[in-house]
Design a protein around this ligand. Structure first.
Ligand code: MV4
Length: 597
């Protein structure tokens, strides 16, 4: 076993990995950016190294800084967590060629599965069903039409380098083919440096089912059953569960064995996830995630296996000590991502100070987090601040237990998606388990989200009303020995901060964009108000042009940050006088995106 592991990540997953190290008697090393000096993962680690500025590209994504920290610490292995460098085969290879062990699949296996057409051919050869379509990159719009001729519209054009919701274009009829083909290639080039695309039949309302795999260096491959991640919003998972309410025993067995065959054929080691789409009792391979995933927890809960500990043991050369028959699925588990976002503002990321942080507990409740009361939540990284994992003997018990746990969860100073989760627990489709991947984006009524926030986070709504600033404070009083809670409103007082919106219109002088190396180039003219980026990310689309008239609440661009798409909306109406960003640009927090007069 290793004696010291460096965790090249932050937040809850860094702490999760260090907890596994702790149980294995392995010392832990954290790395942190300037923004994370007081981060929970830094508090947890035995030692910690500053690896650079807040901007991820200059710290958590900087290969040399991470390896340099491992050298200074005298670590003997590097665990990447998820996100950041976890699926970067170039980095994995650098680690393999260094004196450190890479806790993950080999760089070769990552490459075999990273290119989607390669992965499709490999799976097909291993008798794993794939979505009907091409296994070679599409050279022209005619190749797209050929797939549609065979299987009918709609078809999906996917970027070779894509994944997790990026680089997917749906074509509904022949007259859209040319344009969507060009757009897909252009976006593939802009986001993944790879203009290659391929084509699949588009399934209209599938479920997202993924199988957890563990493989050692001695030829043993096990699957740990499936997770159902069908409840997604804009490709962002919201609630995940195991087992899936949509599979019967036969389909479950078939998918699990297909996943095993696939990763065996890829000569894969360590932990991984094979993603499938399931529709009308059929399942189709989609992609392999060559990392530990956020939602690995629900698999751990129903199998009793510690997936992260096994990642470390496998990387240290140990053999899996259980057979496939030993893997039993017992009970049911759900994970609720606790994101700092305002659900009624299109899930705009929120920032602020956790003035109260009082998580739930009791039977069947697991909290994976790295925050504590008083922590400052900035907009530099992913908005997920904690994961609540609820386990019970069956799905019905989990639904009731989760309602109880979410009601106990007390967070103040920051908006979160807790009211949205509580809404889902009352939602018929979710309770029945009949929802598909379309449900949140196309079926769920937005009014119900607003109503849920009003019901379960009324203070937040009051605080948002800046016409008349009302502060509500709760006191407890005793009357004749009985305790009462009373709420008092203080009018005209400074409002309690309730976190931000996706964008703010500030009359003050905004920060200019930094990444073009020419700060003087962008001058904010006249007395326009700027719409700024609330977090660092990439511009996916610009929805307005100079001269356009906009109204409050209109989307001006779509900003991708940590794989999440955020609508950036303007709070002010008027005419767009300047557009300072283009599709594909990367922006920092505070950068001006557009100016409105
Ligand atoms: C699909 C699909 C339907 N048919 N491919 C979205 C993420 C990317 N990795 C693949 N995705 C999809 N691919 C075919 N041929 C539907 C989706 C999809 C989706 C998949 C899983 C979970 C949520 C989703 C939401 C929209 C679209």
């Amino acid at each position: 076993m290793f004696s010291k592991v460096l965790v090249a990540n932050r937040g809850e997953i860094a702490v999760r990995v260090m907890r596994a190290c702790e149980e294995l008697g392995v010392r832990t090393v954290a790395v942190y950016s300037e923004a994370d000096k007081h981060g929970g993962h830094v508090r947890y680690a035995d030692e910690a190294y500053n690896i650079g500025p807040a901007r991820a590209a200059d710290s958590y994504l900087d290969h040399e800084s991470v390896i340099e920290a491992a050298r200074k610490a005298g670590a003997d292995a590097i665990h990447p967590g998820y996100g950041f460098l976890a699926e970067n085969a170039t980095f994995a290879r650098k680690v393999e060629e260094s004196e450190f062990k890479w806790i993950g699949p080999s760089a070769d296996a990552m490459e075999r599965l990273g290119e989607k057409t390669k992965a499709r051919s490999l799976m097909q050869d291993a008798d794993v069903p794939v979505v009907p379509g091409t296994t070679e990159p599409a050279e022209s719009a005619a190749d797209v039409k050929a797939v549609a001729d065979d299987y009918g519209y709609p078809v999906a054009i996917k970027a070779e380098g894509g994944g997790g919701g990026r680089g997917l274009k749906v074509v509904h009829s022949e007259d859209e083919v040319d344009e969507q083909f060009e757009t897909a290639k252009r976006e593939g080039e802009a986001y993944f440096d790879n203009a290659s695309v391929y084509v699949e039949k588009y399934l209209e309302a599938p479920r997202h089912i993924e199988v957890q795999i563990l493989a050692d260096e001695h030829g043993n491959v096990r699957h740990l059953g499936e997770r159902d991640c069908s409840l997604q919003r804009r490709h962002q998972k919201v609630i995940e569960e195991a087992p899936s309410p949509a599979l019967d025993a036969d389909l479950r067995e078939q998918i699990g064995e297909a996943a095993r065959r696939g990763v065996r054929a890829a000569d894969y080691t360590n932990a991984g996830t094979v993603e499938f789409l399931v529709e009308d009792g059929e399942f189709y391979f989609m992609e392999v995630n060559t990392r530990i995933q956020v939602e690995h927890t629900v698999t751990e809960e129903v199998t009793g296996l510690d997936v992260v500990k096994w990642q470390i043991r496998v990387a240290a050369g140990e053999e899996l000590d259980f057979s496939q028959d030993d893997v039993e699925i017992d009970g049911h588990s759900m994970e609720f991502r606790i994101n700092a976002e305002a659900p009624e503002k299109d899930f705009a990321p929120a920032t602020g100070t956790l003035t109260t942080y009082d998580p739930p507990g009791g039977i069947g409740v697991r909290m994976d987090d790295a925050v504590r009361q008083g922590d400052e939540i900035g907009g530099d990284y992913d908005s997920m601040i904690a994961k609540l994992i609820v386990t019970g003997s069956d799905r019905t018990e989990v639904l009731a237990r989760a309602e109880r746990a979410l009601a106990e969860f007390d967070i103040e100073g920051l908006r979160t998606v807790i009211p949205f989760h509580r809404l889902m627990l009352t939602d018929e489709a979710f309770r029945e388990g009949t929802h598909t991947t379309k449900y949140l984006d196309e079926v769920l009524d937005r009014d119900r989200i607003e109503a849920a926030v009003e019901r379960w986070a009324p203070d937040a709504v009051t605080g948002n009303d800046d016409d008349e600033e009302v502060t509500e404070r709760t006191f407890s009083v005793e009357v004749n020995g009985k305790r009462f809670e009373v709420s008092l409103e203080e009018r005209g007082a400074p409002a309690i901060p309730v976190g931000g919106a996706a964008a703010s219109s500030k009359p003050s002088t905004p920060r200019k964009r930094r990444d073009d190396g020419d700060d003087d180039q962008q001058i904010i003219e006249g007395d326009g108000e700027s719409v700024t980026a609330e977090m660092q990310g990439t511009i996916l689309a610009v929805e307005v042009a100079e001269g356009d008239d906009v109204e409050p609440g209109d989307t001006v661009c779509v900003l991708e940050a940590m794989k999440m798409e955020n609508d950036v909306v303007t709070e002010r109406g008027g005419t767009v006088s300047q557009v300072l960003v283009a599709e594909g640009d990367s922006v920092d927090m505070g950068d001006v995106l557009v100016v409105i007069e």
